[in-house]
Design a protein around this ligand. Structure first.
Ligand SMILES: [Fe+2]
Ligand SMILES: [Fe+2]
Length: 193
């Protein structure tokens, strides 16, 4: 939640002096300050996805619940697709494929590492912590892609908006799947009582 608010504030701060629909002096949207801002944010989420795909296998290994391990495994493959989609987006925009460090994702992944370090293997507490960490990551991605889809649409990049929407839908589906695993935990506990 805090991450989403931070991300929103960052966007608001950066975009306060520019307008989505105002082209540059040359009249070309590609040269506008907003276009540069948009590409910068694509670089940011590209870095985030590339780091997430390295962290997810650790989460697969750390998970005890097979459904949770499967969800992480599935999302590792999907995250590779998200990386490929972003590379296609850079191509469509005629921009260099480049990553720019995303402090938010770095922090979220550090948090996931701490959860693994601070909990014992094979415990439900570790699985619960992993779900929490993973859902924070998904919500960060949902916030980012949600905004980028709107920006792409506003700038007339219809194909880019479509591609990013596809990733957005997948992040949302992952979040729902993780919630279902969490609900399964509660049902197991209820059955044990
Ligand atoms: Fe992703
Ligand atoms: Fe994701």
């Amino acid at each position: 939640m805090a991450t989403t608010a931070k991300s929103g504030a960052k966007i608001a701060a950066k975009s306060s002096s520019v307008s989505i629909s105002t082209p540059s002096k040359t009249g070309k949207m590609e040269d506008s300050e907003f276009h540069k801002f948009f590409v910068d944010e694509l670089k940011d989420i590209y870095w985030a996805e590339k780091h997430l795909v390295k962290a997810l296998p650790k989460m697969v290994k750390a998970a005890t619940n097979p459904e949770l391990a499967n969800a992480f495994q599935k999302h590792t493959e999907e995250t590779n697709t998200h990386i490929g989609t972003l590379e296609r987006v850079f191509q469509l925009l005629d921009e260099k494929v480049q990553a720019k460090k995303c402090d938010a994702m770095e922090g979220l992944l550090k948090e996931a590492d701490s959860i693994i370090a601070d909990t014992d293997a094979g415990t439900q507490i570790r699985d619960a912590g992993l779900i929490l960490a993973a859902q924070k990551v998904e919500h960060y991605e949902i916030a980012t892609y949600g905004t980028l889809v709107v920006f792409a649409g506003n700038m007339g990049h219809t194909k880019v908006a479509e591609l990013l929407q596809f990733t957005l839908d997948n992040e949302k589906a992952t979040d729902v799947a993780l919630t279902q695993v969490a609900e399964g935990f509660i049902n197991q506990q209820a059955a044990a009582e």
